[in-house]
Design a protein around this ligand. Structure first.
Ligand code: HSE
Length: 397
């Protein structure tokens, strides 16, 4: 018997799924324990020169109504029509593997429930960290732990831009354009630059680890558009790299505090050395102390690797994997306000600002920058206003 699967979307990731599948078909089939083949590729565009031209369809119902198709890879992106298609597949008992962060972050609870009700799986390893195995390790390998914090570089495009700015003095716009050419950026790169993509990913990790759906709208999110070359240079003088860090902390009051912010990461922290399109996820937990996952966070074959890994899992498991799920919520009252986020803070202030009670003071190239002692976000914001600071950024040791 040969298991047939369909691929929804033939963009960067979807085409990578088909390419990687046929490249490694023999070993994939050995690992799956069965012959496999792609039966359909759904895309509204024409691909007359594709070696798989006979597999293309523009009609989703061809896939939905074909009982031979038991697994689906969703690589379309966006909430609709992906949500409608994925839900319909799950309701027919077809397992779905997705790379679509927005879909999982907005609708993951509903889709996990649909999978449970129809005894199939909704897998999303590719939705966080590209090639990095992080979803399955969190709910399987680390299942014995109390996870107290996750902090990660979860967006390849912004990490690529920050690295190019720092290493090559490249202008922001040029670095972004290169990231787009390399297939790293979202269709609308605002989602990368303003932190929305990283926000969706920390929502997915938070939901998985803490068991309740965390909506992106409840997470304080700041991107890198206000980070200037002078901040990158100042941070370096102080012994830090600037990274877009997405994190979630479990608080003593039972709530969680997720956020996305540019962050000064100490050169003593292994995450400071994570460059280019690479992502890293640090998991802090009582059993393991801390453990780090590292790899390419975006790109055609790295992301396809995670999607296909899930398709193979789906083929091997004909029952729902219950450990990989979370509950729906009425509201996000278990998400703590950013105001209580505690950190030391970097401030970029006008030259000649008189500053007291700060730990460090440096002055270079006409810019003054200081690092405060530990303050809450609310206190740091008030201090930034008092100092007329142009930027205030948390510090991570
Ligand atoms: N635009 C995303 C990134 C793609 O740059 O990380 C991978 O999710």
């Amino acid at each position: 018997m040969s298991v047939k699967f369909a691929v929804l979307g033939h963009g960067v990731v979807g085409s990578g799924v088909v390419e990687l599948f046929y490249k490694n078909k023999n070993s994939i089939e050995k690992r799956a324990g069965t012959e496999m083949d792609v039966k359909y590729i759904l895309d509204l565009r024409e691909f007359p020169d594709s070696p798989y031209a006979d597999k293309f369809t523009k009609n989703f119902d061809d896939i939905l109504n074909d009982d031979e198709v038991t697994a689906v890879a969703e690589c379309m992106g966006g909430v609709e029509p992906a949500f409608t298609f994925v839900k319909a597949c799950l309701e027919k008992g077809k397992s779905v593997s997705t790379s679509n962060k927005e879909l999982v972050a907005e609708k993951g609870d509903i889709l996990l429930q649909a999978a449970k009700e129809h005894n199939c799986n909704f897998f999303f390893e590719a939705s966080v960290g590209g090639a990095i195995p992080i979803i399955r390790p969190l709910h399987r390998c680390l299942a014995a732990n109390d996870i107290t914090k996750i902090a990660g570089i979860l967006n390849g495009t912004t990490n690529f831009i920050l690295t190019k700015m720092y290493n090559e003095n490249m202008a922001f716009a040029d670095a972004l354009s290169l990231a787009q050419q390399l297939g790293y950026a979202e269709k609308d790169p605002t989602a990368d630059v303003e932190g929305h993509d990283a926000c969706r990913k920390i929502c997915i990790l938070s939901s998985l680890v803490y068991g309740k759906h965390v909506y992106p709208s409840s997470v304080y999110t700041k991107g890198i558009s206000d980070v200037e070359l002078c901040d990158v240079a100042a941070a370096d003088v102080l012994g830090y790299a600037i990274k877009l860090v997405a994190s979630v902390t479990k608080l003593e009051n039972g709530k969680i505090l997720p956020s996305v912010m540019p962050t000064l990461v100490s050169y003593d922290n292994i995450m400071s050395g994570v460059n280019d399109v690479f992502n890293a996820v640090l998991v802090y937990a009582d059993g393991v102390d801390k453990t780090m996952f590292y790899g390419r966070g975006a790109g055609k074959l790295p992301t396809a690797s995670a999607v296909l890994g899930d398709v193979i899992e789906a083929v091997k498991h004909n029952v729902t994997v219950f450990s990989q799920s979370w509950e729906s919520v009425e509201d996000n009252s278990f998400v703590e306000s950013i105001d209580s986020y505690k950190s030391r803070w970097y401030f970029r202030v006008p030259v000649n600002t008189v500053i007291e009670d700060v730990e460090t003071y440096e002055h270079e190239n006409g810019i003054s920058f200081v690092i405060s002692n530990e303050l809450t976000f609310a206190e740091a914001k008030a201090k930034a206003e008092k100092l007329n600071a142009v930027a205030f950024i948390p510090v991570m040791e």
